[in-house]
Write a protein that binds this ligand. Structure first.
Ligand SMILES: NC(=O)c1ccc[n+]([C@@H]2O[C@H](COP(=O)([O-])OP(=O)(O)OC[C@H]3O[C@@H](n4cnc5c(N)ncnc54)[C@H](OP(=O)(O)O)[C@@H]3O)[C@@H](O)[C@H]2O)c1
Length: 296
């Protein structure tokens, strides 16, 4: 017996990284998708429309626009935008709360909230606690809800956590002790797991799943990049004080604490058997070693 959801799935954040991956995975499954966007004329929104995605113009501060966009949908995925200051954290909570309230008004049958690892409890990390409060609001709403809680994006290794090439050696420096395993997930797999939950081809035990595709220490991460590059690799653990923002210091403290929590890797694999580990992600993305900092 198939219980797969066949109605339209609404996606908030569809023009972004995670929401975009959810749309990709939903379209792969031939699902009907409605993207809730600020600007339907933007290039990213138009690119979605060209792939058959219905666009609904919304404003997070206009509850009527949100409820109208959620009318008659079978499921609703939302993420909340990144917060880099305490003011943005407050705005993030307002957006998440408004989206939950609109889902209540539209009587959405199932809501999947893209939260963050550790958000089942308050952690003292402001842009994670924002998601904890949104989870609490969603839980109290009475809606059927599933929390997906991504760990660090593997894609961060192409930006803020990118290894460098120094005198013929791959070097990774992170503010994380070298014996701590960092939990990580590819954005592609965030989308695939969320889509499976939205389409009811999978369930998350207890209504929540930490999204983790690999767990590796700094030296193991460096070695994975070194192996791909065919070069020696080393890891340097940096002090937290190298991070200019207290939000980021709090987050890296939590990365270390989260390593102690039981992992949902097996649950993720049961939902998405092809979930990428780091070496697979490195191969799949075609990662190549950066230019040598010394110009060698
Ligand atoms: N980096 C990590 O390792 C990591 C790990 C776990 C969780 N996270 C969390 O992931 C989130 C960021 O996700 P992402 O990288 O997928 O985001 P993203 O690529 O920056 O996309 C943000 C999306 O939100 C939409 N948006 C932003 N502000 C809006 C507003 N006021 N009203 C309506 N739509 C708005 C944007 O639409 P427009 O087209 O209108 O701009 C876009 O679709 C953050 O909450 C972060 O804490 C990050």
């Amino acid at each position: 017996m198939s219980t797969q959801t066949t109605g339209t799935i609404a996606v908030f954040g569809a023009t972004g990284q995670q929401g975009g991956a959810v749309v990709d995975a939903l379209l792969d499954q031939k699902a009907r998708v409605r993207a809730l966007v600020r600007d339907p004329e933007s290039g990213r929104a138009q690119a979605l429309a060209a792939r058959g995605v219905e666009l609904a113009a919304v404003r997070a501060d206009d509850p009527a626009s949100l409820a109208a966009a959620l009318a008659t949908v079978a499921g609703f995925y939302f993420m909340t935008p990144e917060s880099n200051s305490l003011e943005e954290v407050q705005a993030e909570i307002r957006i998440g709360t408004a989206l939950v309230d609109a889902a209540v008004q539209a009587d959405v049958p199932h809501v999947v909230f893209n939260s963050v690892f550790g958000a089942e409890r308050e952690s003292g990390v402001p842009h994670h606690d924002s998601k904890h409060w949104i989870e609490e609001h969603l839980r109290k709403s009475g809606l059927r809800a599933t929390m997906v809680r991504p760990t660090a994006f593997m894609e961060n290794f192409t930006t803020v956590m990118a290894p460098s090439l120094e005198q013929g050696e791959i070097v990774l420096r992170l503010p994380l002790p070298e014996d701590v395993a960092l939990k990580m997930i590819s954005i592609r797999d965030i989308g695939r797991v969320a889509a499976a939950l939205l389409l009811a081809t999978a369930q998350a035990p207890g209504g929540a799943v930490e999204l983790v595709g690999d767990e590796l220490t700094g030296p193991e991460i460096a070695a994975a990049f070194g192996e791909r590059a065919g070069l020696p690799a080393r890891y340097e653990a940096l002090p937290l004080s190298v991070l200019p923002s207290e939000l980021d210091r709090a987050m890296f403290r939590q990365f270390a604490e989260a390593a102690e929590d039981p992992s949902d890797l097996a649950v993720v694999r049961s939902i998405e058997p092809a979930a990428l580990d780091l070496p697979e992600w490195i191969r799949a993305t075609g990662w190549t070693a950066p230019t040598d900092a010394a110009g060698a």
